[in-house]
Design a protein around this ligand. Structure first.
Ligand SMILES: [Ca+2]
Ligand SMILES: [Ca+2]
Length: 229
């Protein structure tokens, strides 16, 4: 994608709070004020962290490392991906950065569920992971998701792992605003809020290697006849 127009990177529907401010700024810069239209006033006071940065840093965004499928980090289920409560589920990971940290996230069934930290690992010398997870007895029955993030080279804020921090990542954060979603809680204080947004904003348009966030895998938890000691 190539874009040098900063306005094209400010989709109105995805930037509540920012759009009115940007709109007001644009209106104030126009000479013919008779053509002004009122901007909708819906400024969220907790999100006003240098929003002008989003507007005033236009640049070409085509110069980042495109996703190379053979280099993208992946997770796979080892063996059966349907496991009863209390059983162990095994995961293999590939193409992470050798000897650097990898953070595993898990999400329970449900469309409004949020990610929580499953574990923190270190990839071995070949960039692989071998992880065993024992499903808690109280785990909800249904489809769970797991994904991993290569924490060393990950650009803070590149939630979709495409190698650039932009409005797509903000739209992801926006869907979990004021939740405890661990995947989006960049500073790990337990809440997705303006502090995390300010970090994302600081990295706006920052680029790097894509594929550092693995696609999510699913495993199905079934009810156990008995579980635990
Ligand atoms: Ca991104
Ligand atoms: Ca936070």
């Amino acid at each position: 994608m190539v874009s040098s127009d900063p306005w094209s990177l400010l989709p109105r529907g995805q930037l509540p709070g920012l759009w009115p401010l940007c709109c007001e700024l644009a209106q104030s810069l126009r000479r013919d004020r008779s053509r002004h239209r009122p901007c909708q006033s819906e400024i969220h006071t907790t999100i006003l962290t240098k929003p002008e940065t989003l507007l005033l840093v236009p640049r070409l965004v085509s110069d980042f490392d495109a996703l190379v499928p053979s280099e993208a980090a992946t997770l796979t289920a080892v063996g059966n991906s349907t496991v009863p409560q209390g059983a162990t589920f095994r995961i293999a990971g590939m193409r992470f950065t050798p000897t650097l940290g990898v953070r595993l996230f898990t999400k329970p069934p449900g469309t409004t569920a949020t990610w929580s930290t499953m574990d923190n690992l270190v990839a071995n010398g070949t960039g692989s992971l071998d992880y065993a997870y024992t499903v808690p007895c109280q785990a909800a029955v249904g489809t769970w998701s797991i994904q991993a993030r290569d924490e060393g080279p990950w650009i803070q804020g590149d939630f979709n792992g495409d190698g650039i921090v932009n409005s797509v990542d903000w739209s992801i954060m926006n869907t979990k605003w004021f939740t405890a979603d661990a995947f989006l809680d960049i500073n790990r204080d337990g809440l997705v809020n303006s502090i995390d947004f300010s970090i994302l904003n600081l990295n706006w348009f920052k680029t790097g290697r894509s594929g550092r966030v693995s696609p999510a895998i699913q495993f199905n938890v079934t009810a156990a006849q008995s579980c635990g000691p």
